[in-house]
Design a protein around this ligand. Structure first.
Ligand SMILES: Nc1ncnc2c1ncn2[C@@H]1O[C@H](COP(=O)(O)OP(=O)(O)O)[C@@H](O)[C@H]1O
Ligand SMILES: CC(=O)N[C@@H](CCC(=O)OP(=O)(O)O)C(=O)O
Length: 272
């Protein structure tokens, strides 16, 4: 996928938006060439980061002797767990990302999705999952104001309910909702694999229909399921392609972002 038609854009306001989700699986090991390519990308796009941090949360919960449970990839979040989630995502991991960007000469602002009414959510199933939310609304204006001042927003996937309750949100779903609210042109899922793998090979391009089949056949499993589900939910007229990419190396090769592109096949292409 080419970087952008608007590669030549110089006015900050004219830059399209790209949302980059940093997966917890990779956040400790993002390479120097990854950050360099991200900075390169930020010259052509308004970049917004939404980060995960699942492994860091699990590690601190283990250290504290708190048992974790997952249902369909979502962490059951009791009041005790929520404290750890908030400390880890809103503290350690957020700081890790903003510090790395600062080392590369870029100012960023770490925000929790629960700050300033940025991400509003509703409880999914309090009895089963505790304080876990699904996103209802994202206040894009706050993020746009930061982008207008050339700050990179670094958003932790926390939200609030209409009653003001803090909730834990899956980071892939959070990134998809942020991308939609900002009418982003691209959404990148940065993870520990170079794309979606089928029969040992990275797929170059795929559609929601093919993905559905790969899930049914067991070719896509575990942590890749919430990612592709979020990717499919994010596809729209504005956001026509979502990519799954590796954080181990540069995001860019030539003028192309490397990874698996998920796109919605147009009707005329289907009938061919
Ligand atoms: N078809 C697939 N292609 C690539 N990775 C897959 C596939 N199916 C499952 N996975 C798994 O998904 C993982 C990435 O998801 P996850 O660990 O949740 O990442 P993150 O923390 O970056 O969100 C990969 O490391 C791999 O083990
Ligand atoms: C509700 C829920 O499960 N929230 C996630 C939030 C972090 C996340 O999604 O991080 P990754 O992207 O690294 O998986 C959690 O508690 O692990």
């Amino acid at each position: 996928m080419t970087i952008s038609k608007s590669m030549q854009a110089t006015e900050p306001r004219e830059k399209p938006v790209i949302v980059v989700k940093l997966g917890g699986s990779m956040i400790d090991q993002l390479s120097e060439s990854f950050y360099e390519s991200f900075i390169q990308l930020s010259e052509h796009y308004h970049c917004v980061i939404v980060h995960g941090g699942g492994p860091a949360i699990t590690s601190l919960l283990n250290d504290l002797g708190i048992k974790g449970e997952f249902y369909d990839g979502l962490r059951k979040t009791t009041a005790e767990t929520l404290d750890v989630v908030m400390m880890t995502l809103g503290g350690k991991v957020s700081n890790q990302v903003t510090s790395s960007l600062a080392r590369h000469g870029r100012h960023s602002i770490g925000l929790k999705g629960s700050d300033g009414g940025l991400i509003q959510a509703s409880l999914i199933d309090e009895e089963k999952l505790g304080f876990v939310g699904q996103v209802e609304q994202v206040k894009g204006n706050l993020i746009k104001q930061l982008l207008d001042h050339e700050y990179i927003p670094v958003i932790a996937p926390l939200a609030r309910t209409s009653e003001g309750q803090l909730v834990n949100v899956n980071a892939d779903a959070g990134a998809a909702a942020v991308a939609n609210a900002l009418n982003a042109e691209k959404l990148l899922f940065v993870t520990d694999v170079a794309g979606i793998i089928k029969q040992g090979k990275i797929i170059d391009r795929t559609t929601p229909e093919e993905i559905q089949k790969m899930i049914e056949d067991g070719d896509i499993y575990g942590g890749m399921i919430p990612k592709v589900t979020a990717a499919i939910s994010a596809l729209s007229d504005d956001l026509q392609e979502v990519l799954v990419v590796s954080g181990e190396r540069s995001l860019i090769e030539g003028e192309t972002i490397k990874g698996t592109t998920i796109y919605q096949q147009r009707k005329e292409e289907v009938t061919k």
